[in-house]
Design a protein around this ligand. Structure first.
Ligand SMILES: [Zn+2]
Ligand SMILES: [Zn+2]
Length: 347
């Protein structure tokens, strides 16, 4: 066992604290990664505060992880010591079900093994990236191209892939009109990626306060959802709407924004069910869908795509002792656009 420095949540109501956690000894196909940066995802906050159910405290979260390989198991072939690598929201899957065999590990029928708060194959509870090291089986480790700045690479592992996957699946590209709802960590990546794919991008944000940034990220248009006129003006406009907002929204108003065969995809998840008037789907043969992160192959494709197009998240780098303040600021949407922890501050 390797004992490493980390930040952990002792309970749902206490602040995160510095501590140590254990990483397993390297198995033949495991890779030891020295972490350089870890992104702060809204899911981390929901999880540690118990919003999404029972939590095995103390828990170290973080599933936007980037670092270097410092040791490899005897049978590892995909990575070598010194490689720049990343780990996202999952660290394993059953490898046997229909979806795993088709390469869609994120949709593993037995549930993929999440990077934190999940039961690993050895029976231990997985601990995330707010720590100095992590041990992960080689095929769930991604190659991070050198041209992406280290600190900016981290958020690609969740925010990047979560928006890239539906954009690629529903074929955002030239001639397609795409709306991104919400301009936070996920939304700002959605705008950059959709624009790089060649789509005409519109941001739908509560107010116009981030308009300048949204247009700089590649959006052509920017509308305030707080203004009811927006939903009249944009009726029947979009081929694809990507919703990154976790708050409840008026589904009827948003579905009406779709043109013929348009799809509304939610990657944000309000805790309560959303009522949908099915007649709204009849009009324009509209679809309502969800999407969860991306496969390992797709995540690699996304990293390579971002490196090629020079796309990187806009981040605020913080030290380990600023994480609790950062959580409060994320909850107030006061972040431009993703917090990333400099793990050097944990050593
Ligand atoms: Zn996340
Ligand atoms: Zn499976």
């Amino acid at each position: 066992m390797l004992t490493v420095n980390a930040i952990a949540a002792p309970s749902a109501t206490e602040p995160l604290v510095r501590t140590t956690i254990e990483r397993r000894d390297l198995g033949p196909r495991d890779v030891l990664i020295e972490i350089t940066y870890a992104g702060i995802c809204h899911s981390d906050i929901h999880t540690v505060r118990g919003d999404w159910g029972k939590v095995p405290y103390p828990l170290t979260v973080g599933h936007e992880i980037v670092g270097h390989v410092t040791e490899v198991g005897t049978e590892v072939t995909l990575h070598a010591v010194g490689d720049r690598v990343g780990v996202g929201c999952m660290v394993d899957s059953c490898r046997e079900c229909e979806n795993c065999l088709a390469g869609h590990q994120q949709y593993c029928e037995r549930g993929n093994t999440q990077t934190y708060a999940a039961v690993d194959r050895d029976g231990t509870v997985t601990q995330g990236g707010y720590s100095t090291h992590i041990v992960v089986v080689e095929d769930f480790v991604l190659r991070v191209p050198e041209s992406i700045p280290h600190e900016a690479a981290a958020p690609l592992l969740c925010a990047g892939i979560t928006t890239y996957s539906p954009l690629a699946h529903w074929k955002a590209g030239p001639g397609k009109k795409v709306a991104v709802v919400g301009l936070g960590g996920l939304g700002h990546m959605g705008v950059k990626i959709a624009a790089a794919m060649g789509a005409e991008v519109t941001v739908l944000s509560q107010t116009l306060s981030k308009k300048e940034e949204g247009l700089a990220f590649g959006a052509k248009h920017y509308y305030a959802t707080g203004d009811p006129a927006t939903f009249e003006t944009l009726k029947n406009s979009f081929d694809l709407v990507i919703n990154t907002v976790s708050a409840p929204i008026d589904m009827g108003a948003y579905l009406n924004l779709l043109r013929l065969d348009g799809t509304f995809v939610s990657v944000g998840a309000p805790p309560e069910p959303l009522p949908i008037q099915v007649f709204t789907l009849f009009g324009n043969r509209r679809s309502f869908a969800g999407s969860s992160i991306g496969s390992i192959a797709e995540t690699q494709e996304m990293l390579d795509f971002c490196a090629e197009r020079g796309i990187a998240p806009q981040v605020e780098v913080i030290g380990a002792d600023e994480v609790n303040d950062a959580y409060e600021r994320v909850l107030k949407s006061d972040v431009r656009f993703r917090f990333v922890i400099d793990i050097a501050s944990l050593r």
